[in-house]
Design a protein around this ligand. Sequence first.
Ligand SMILES: Cc1cc2nc3c(=O)[nH]c(=O)nc-3n(C[C@H](O)[C@H](O)[C@H](O)COP(=O)(O)OP(=O)(O)OC[C@H]3O[C@@H](n4cnc5c(N)ncnc54)[C@H](O)[C@@H]3O)c2cc1C
Length: 453
Amino acid sequence: MTSRPRVVIVGAGFGGLNAAQALAKAPVQITVIDRKNFHTFQPLLYQVATAGLSPGEIAAPIRSILRSHKNVEVLMGEVTGFDLERRIVETPDAVVGYDYLIVAAGAGHSYFGHEDWEPFAPGLKTIEDALEIRRRVLLAFELAERQAATGERESPLNFVVVGGGPTGVELAGTLAEICRHALAHEFRSIDPARTHILLIEGGPRVLPTYAEDLSRSAEDQLRGLGVEVRTSTLVTQVEAGAVHLGDTRLPATVALWAAGVAASPLGKKLGTPVDRAGRVPVQADLSLPGRPEVFVIGDLAAAKDEQGALLPGVAPVAIQQGKFVGQLIGQEIERSSTHPTSTDFGARPTFRYWDKGSLATIGRAAAVAQFGTIHISGFVAWLSWLFVHILFLIGFRNRLLVFIQWAWSYVTYERGARLITGSTYLPGWTHSTPAQVTDEKPSTQEIHTPTPK
Ligand SMILES: Cc1cc2nc3c(=O)[nH]c(=O)nc-3n(C[C@H](O)[C@H](O)[C@H](O)COP(=O)(O)OP(=O)(O)OC[C@H]3O[C@@H](n4cnc5c(N)ncnc54)[C@H](O)[C@@H]3O)c2cc1C
């Protein structure tokens, strides 16, 4: 076993996992390295952020997903760099040698040079992000209820979502639904249904990668749910409790960032120039120029289709690229009994992406779907979205649990994962302060004065 060539895969997202699975029967030793011990099904993160699902229902331990593949070892660790000459992957406390390397480290948020906005408008990329968003959203209602119960004037609740791509649209739509339905009858001093939800998009339309008729339909469906949509509007500043649009300061009880994507900083460590979003340009076989033993796939890769257009950062691209690279390496190794050297590679196939269509959900029974020239909106699109997401979710247990949760929520409008955990600080909220040690006695507010005897 140990004399078999070693394939190191960095990242166990959609790309990395599919590469490992495609290689599982090949005569290779595989090491999968991820900073987390679990794989996250990112398309359902917004459901965790909006209390519809719990983290364990959209994630699965990497070790357990790959447990039946005896040639795969899983290491939890942060990859910090590469030595491509010595064929080594670097982590803070160890180095791992490879014959083939697949880098599938994905992407994170981009605040377009304004990283200081992040504490006031978190983005949605990880389970931790989703839990932070859930905390802020639910906390906002609790703080408002408490304030109103003290007899103070009710502060209007404003939720601002920046970015009208699929994530912004699904966040805004689902937040509207929670306010109007799930929370509607549970508070006594405030009316959650009066929460103002604003979706801001810099371009002329939401869902800009979809056909224009679907963008219009998505906007109509959002408005139907009570979301205010402002397009061609640029956010110029974000601060605690507010978002600025030029000279206008908009109060934002909760601001969420769904506007920009930046590839993993690991891309820059590969030594080749990256594009503006930090993606690594790859060749037709997804390898690095001049490094046939190194592949970059998924959101981190700047791969192009036959027309020269950049492939989108979506799960099917990462999945197909993972499978393609896994099969390519497997076949190459089977052809050669010795370890590969840079002269062994010969002519390689070209990666071709098969676009099976795009789906974006907006809320309950509201979605858009684009399958080539077929464009669908509303309930049927939503059913297709539901079916595809349950089908691709990893693990039978998760599929079953999510199906039951969704069926239950559909009938009752309930959202079962409404837990506020961690801090009770909401940036910008006057009576909520970051945890700090102080000798000062906090001022006491009176909630419901006792009835005089
Ligand atoms: C909120 C949201 C909603 C989305 N919705 C959809 C959708 O509806 N449909 C769709 O097709 N796509 C959707 N996407 C996009 C899709 O999830 C990505 O395109 C896909 O996850 C990319 O796969 P990947 O393997 O390149 O990276 P990822 O799935 O992001 O995986 C990267 C992995 O690398 C690991 N990693 C990163 N850096 C390091 C490091 N330094 N060391 C060790 N490990 C590291 C991470 O922990 C992670 O496990 C969505 C994305 C988000 C964030």
